[in-house]
Design a protein around this ligand. Structure first.
Ligand SMILES: *Cc1c(COP(=O)(O)O)cnc(C)c1O
Length: 344
């Protein structure tokens, strides 16, 4: 029985075509700037997102940390969502390694940070306060898509008040696929339209795009030059990294538009789960389905699902993530396993 792994979109295996691209990639020592495949990827993602330069990094966590440390110095602060990855899920790196104080802000139900809350959190220039330097947003955030107009308004506010704006776009292309609907844009054009509002953007190749490893940070030439030094200090200088960059290039070429399939499967999964008793299911906007299970059934659900070859997570809520390696049959098996547990 093949496992249906819905824990995260990070669990994908490289496709055969992606492995071929990795095997045949020309390589060099990227610490010397010599890896042609890394250089090609950096150029491609920078162009695609309408920025001057890009830096290939081992993880999204390092990409965000490098970005924050490049925007902010010791004693500065960044404004960030209470549930944002950069704040909650990155082990406090900005504070520990960057001496940068986070100023968390409560999210609205749609994942956004209220403009008035952002405004109120920006500190006056006064010796009592940390210097507010950066607004960090995330899109998608918990699988939800922040609208274009919101990103425009929030970043305009940041810029007006002298703050830079960073986007944690680990799932930027999932957001772009949804925001492109009805605009006549393709997902890549939409991703560029998103990126134009931000001074820096981090994207993950290892989430829905299906590459095994790697993220990129994009921004101005000057910004990326300074980011490069932090990447080195944080241990992110990799040598023949083109073997990984090749997978990312392949993913950009072949795996962006298909994210719409993951979103359709998430909707199929949500609809199936919503029909079951005792489950409250949020309608997914992209590839992440959240559900609440009433009563004491929740504790035994995960082991039961596992016994049926279905994996999910349940830290705050039940979470199911669709991706490249989940087909319609896998979705239906997940629904059937949950149904079986609730009926038992
Ligand atoms: C996964 C994720 C990251 C971090 O990526 P890693 O490669 O796992 O370090 C950052 N931000 C968001 C929103 C993510 O989902």
């Amino acid at each position: 029985m093949k496992t249906v792994d819905l824990r995260s979109d990070t669990v994908t295996q490289p496709t055969a075509a992606m492995r071929d691209a990795m095997l045949s990639a020309p390589l060099g020592d990227d610490v010397f700037g010599d890896d042609p495949t890394v250089n090609a990827l950096q150029q491609r993602i920078a162009e695609l997102l309408g920025k001057e330069a890009a830096l290939f990094v081992p993880s999204g966590t390092q990409s965000n940390l490098v970005a924050i440390m490049t925007h902010c110095g010791r004693g500065d602060e960044y404004l960030v969502g209470q549930m944002a990855h950069t704040y909650r899920w990155e082990a406090g790196g900005a504070a520990v390694l960057g001496s940068v104080q986070p100023q968390p802000i409560e999210h609205q139900p749609d994942g956004s940070l209220r403009l008035a809350d952002i405004e109120a959190a920006i500190k006056p220039d006064d010796a009592h306060f940390a210097r507010s330097r950066l607004l960090a947003l995330e899109n998608t955030i918990g699988g939800k898509v922040l609208p274009m107009s919101y990103m425009a308004d929030a970043t305009a506010l940041a810029h007006k008040r002298g703050l830079a704006a960073h986007l944690d776009g680990a799932r930027l292309f999932n957001a772009a696929v949804e925001l492109a609907r009805g605009t006549g844009n393709d997902a890549k054009t939409q991703a560029r339209a998103i990126a134009q509002h931000f001074d820096s953007v981090s994207v993950c190749f290892s989430k829905g795009l299906g590459a095994p490893v790697g993220s990129a940070l994009v921004g101005s030439k000057e910004f990326i030059a300074r980011a490069h030094r932090w990447r080195k200090m944080l241990g992110g200088g990799m040598r023949q990294a083109g073997v990984l960059a090749a997978a990312a290039l392949h993913a950009l070429e072949h795996h962006v538009d298909r994210l719409a399939d993951d979103h359709a499967r998430a909707k199929r999964l949500a609809a199936g789960l919503a029909s079951l008793p005792g489950l409250t299911v949020e309608t997914p906007q992209t590839n992440i389905v959240f559900a609440d299970l009433a009563g004491d059934r929740a504790a035994t659900l995960m082991p039961f699902l596992k016994s049926r070859g279905v994996l999910a997570t349940g830290l705050y809520k039940l979470r199911f993530v669709t991706h490249l390696d989940v087909n319609d049959d896998g979705v239906d098996r997940a629904i059937a396993a949950v149904r079986e547990h609730l009926a038992s």
